[in-house]
Ligand binder design. Structure first.
Ligand SMILES: Nc1nc2c(ncn2[C@@H]2O[C@H](COP(=O)(O)OP(=O)(O)O)[C@@H](OP(=O)(O)OP(=O)(O)O)[C@H]2O)c(=O)[nH]1
Length: 272
């Protein structure tokens, strides 16, 4: 996705492509100065509340927007969980660890809409204000890059993201990592799981200071997450984990025993 400079204008979005003045074919300039906290951005507090709308109503409108955008999408786990479960869980991690800024919770709910659906940053700014749009933009990978390049970009740009975007990143990674430990994406083997954990730790080590409560949960996970694939037990993070004990193997067995074998996706077609 292209970098977008967002400037507030009468509470409405006024978005300028950062590359507008570049000649065609010129690589787009990358912003490498730390983003100011959203709370100190041009719009001092842009909540985009509609007339008579409460913050709770705004959050529900945001959930409704994200649910529509992700309607046809599923997660990669064996259950093919509805995709919307992920952004809801990310927002819930933040709310349950003390984040009260509704713009951060909205951005968490919306964080994959630009990257994974046809939603634009401008559309989000229009519906929810420039602050939320900017956080979502900061959390969106450039889809024109390869998977490996996107991963490298996340590590490279993490220090320059706003505190709010870093908080969403922490919650996003925590949910993905917990999902992998509980039920790895179909087809993922040991190497891929460990590579994801190693990479995620690089990103979350940088973002950690933005929200110590989540950083602590992530560190606990890196140190204690083990799983089993094709009968082989292993630590999810090859370096951060303590040696695997027999008691831990039993815990893995009992956790995985509850998982479906993958022959039926959930939900079976149920229509109400
Ligand atoms: N753990 C897990 N991940 C799932 C699942 N379903 C979808 N995903 C998404 O898949 C990506 C991780 O898979 P990769 O193989 O590393 O990434 P890629 O498909 O985008 O190349 C994550 O997004 P990402 O944008 O690459 O990473 P992130 O920035 O969201 O962490 C994650 O949000 C699932 O069931 N479990």
């Amino acid at each position: 996705m292209s970098p977008v400079a967002i400037t507030p204008s009468n509470g409405r979005a006024n978005l300028m492509m950062a590359s507008e003045d570049s000649s065609p074919g010129t690589p787009r300039p990358l912003t490498l100065t730390p983003s100011p906290p959203v709370s100190r951005s041009g719009s001092s507090f842009d909540l985009s509340l509609r007339e008579d709308e409460t913050e709770l109503g705004l959050l529900l409108r945001t959930l409704d927007f994200a649910a529509r955008k992700h309607t046809c999408q599923r997660r990669k786990d064996v259950d093919q969980t509805p995709y919307i479960n992920h952004p809801i869980a990310v927002a819930n991690f933040l709310a349950s660890t003390g984040i009260q800024d509704v713009r951060v919770l909205q951005a968490a709910v919306l964080h994959d809409t630009v990257e994974d659906t046809h939603t634009t940053v401008e559309e989000i700014a229009d519906a929810f204000g420039v602050d939320v749009a900017r956080i979502v933009e900061e959390c969106s990978d450039d889809q024109s890059l390869s998977g490996l390049e996107r991963k490298a970009e996340q590590v490279r740009t993490a220090p320059y993201k706003s505190r709010e975007a870093q908080q969403v990143k922490l919650a996003d990674k925590l949910h993905n990592l917990e999902s992998i430990r509980r039920s790895p994406p179909v087809g993922w083997g040991i190497r891929r799981i460990q590579a994801y954990f190693v990479w995620a730790k690089q990103v979350t080590d940088i973002c950690g200071p933005s929200h110590p409560a989540l950083a602590e949960r992530l560190n606990a996970l890196y140190e204690t997450a083990y799983t089993r694939v094709n009968g082989v037990y292993f630590p999810c993070h090859p370096d951060a984990c303590a040696p695997l004990t027999e008691a831990e193997k039993d815990r893995i067995d009992s956790r995985l025993r509850g998982l479906p074998a993958g022959e039926k996706v959930c939900p079976k077609p149920l229509f109400f």
